[in-house]
Design a protein around this ligand. Structure first.
Ligand code: NAI
Length: 417
């Protein structure tokens, strides 16, 4: 039984140009270009997501798969893809993939968390200026054939305070850009962060809310950030200030925000993400915010630019290539991470196993008993899976692989020449 399992788990020793890469959902051509450059010339692209038999057929021989958010990779689908070595999500989210099932099958999943950072930062910067000038309301009045020429509630951003909640990749970038416009930048984060420029860390969220003319949210969706801006926090914000949320819809209590806008405690808001977002472009958008002229509503497009699509294509392709050519799993979302040096002049054996005690000892005993010298070895584990990488002389490649695959708890073995 073990033998059968192990023989199934040996990946065919295909060269790069023989390995099939399948890209679904109209992934940007920058990915194809990068893959070809990385030696992967057998690339098949599909403009749309595939489902059912079509998806299974497309995956039957695929070594690498690229998807965006629509393709659902369930455990059952993955089980049909017997040669699949890695998955690239050419987007930010990865909840369309059964990450646990992929991990247990020895398949790392990669994504592109930071390729659209600049796009979000630029949009937020534009929103800050628009809100401080009261443009959304003025624009709406003109669309209804009105005319309100007034400087009331219209301010320069220079010298005003921007409060950034979540000083990560996006938050930091916005801080730098806002300072260039002459804004004072304060931030709050649960991690200790090095302030860029003259940004000032606040003692806590409440202090930031009280001090800011514009508050911009850039935190992830976690239990701790759920409704982190609600009735109490909105009341702490300065009268006449503005709120921007381009992070995740669950972070703001929308009814509380609507009440704060209704009472004119807040002068405006820009909201790109919502607790419940329509499934597609044919769906109807419903929100208590649609009635406010002083709210900029955008359909979760903070990171949606041509430049971001190009970057995402390149970033995820680079991660697939690095795993395919070198074995590195750095930034995989479901897998033990290993950053590996080059293995010039040697063969590299990859051994993915269940993380049970004694596997590494077993691996080394097997190779030692077969007289195979280990030139270099790297190991990383998570609670469920272990990933060991072993560099051996070319002459020992086949025998080394055969030995490795007889180790109990083996999930998968691969060779990189
Ligand atoms: P990041 O991971 O680089 O930064 C997030 C920061 O939030 C980290 O510094 C973290 O320590 C901090 N944080 C976490 N929990 C916190 C809490 N309870 N209080 C204060 N700080 C907290 O993430 P990045 O790339 O800057 O993205 C930020 C958000 O923007 C994410 O929610 C992401 O999903 C969203 N996003 C939205 C896009 C859009 O199209 N609107 C596009 C890209 C990202």
């Amino acid at each position: 039984m073990n033998q059968a399992l192990n023989s199934k788990s040996i990946d065919p020793a295909l060269g790069r140009s023989d390995q099939l890469v399948v890209l679904l959902e109209g992934i940007h051509p920058s990915a194809v270009e990068a893959l070809r450059h990385g030696g992967y010339t057998r690339v098949v692209t599909h403009a749309k997501a595939l489902v059912g038999i079509e998806l299974r057929a497309a995956l039957a021989e695929a070594s690498f798969l690229g998807i965006r958010s629509r393709t659902q990779l369930t455990k059952e689908v993955l089980q049909q893809a017997s040669q699949l070595a890695a998955i690239g999500c050419f987007c930010i989210g990865t909840n369309q993939v059964d990450l646990g099932a992929a991990m247990h099958m020895g398949i790392p999943v990669f994504n592109a968390p930071f390729s659209n950072t600049r796009s979000v930062a630029e949009l937020v910067l534009a929103q800050i200026i628009m809100l401080m000038r009261g443009i959304p309301e003025k624009n709406a009045v003109l669309h209804r054939s009105g005319w309100v020429k007034s400087a009331e509630n219209s301010y320069e951003v220079r010298g005003k305070t921007l409060g950034i909640v979540g000083y990560g990749h996006i938050g930091m970038q916005i801080g730098v850009l806002a300072e260039q416009l002459g804004m004072r930048v304060v931030f709050h984060d649960i991690e200790t962060k090095l302030p860029l420029g003259n940004a000032l860390e606040m003692a806590g969220l409440n202090e930031l809310l009280k001090a800011s003319d514009v508050v911009s949210l850039h935190v992830p969706e976690t239990p701790r950030t759920a409704n982190m801006v609600g009735v109490v926090q909105l009341a702490l914000m300065k009268p006449g200030s503005h709120l921007i949320n381009a992070s995740r819809g669950t972070v703001v209590d929308i009814d509380a925000l609507a009440a704060a806008l209704e009472s004119r405690h807040l002068h405006g808001a820009a909201i790109d993400v919502f607790p419940l977002e329509p499934q597609g472009n044919d769906s109807v958008f419903v929100s208590p915010l649609t009635r406010f002229d002083n709210v900029i509503l955008t359909p979760h497009i903070g990171g949606s630019t041509s430049e971001a699509q190009v970057n995402i294509g390149r970033e995820v392709a680079a991660k697939l290539i690095r795993y395919g050519n070198n074995g590195s799993t750095t930034s995989a979302v479901n897998f033990p991470e290993v950053a590996l040096p080059e293995h010039a002049g040697r063969s590299r054996l990859l051994h993915i196993h269940k993380n049970v005690p004694g596997v590494l000892a077993h691996v080394n005993e097997k190779l030692s008993a077969a007289g195979i010298n280990i030139a270099a070895q790297y190991l990383s584990t998570n609670a469920d899976v272990g990933y060991v990488v072993i560099d051996v002389d070319h002459a020992a490649t086949q025998s080394g692989l055969a030995e490795l695959c007889t180790v109990p708890a083996t999930i998968r073995c691969r060779i990189l020449y």
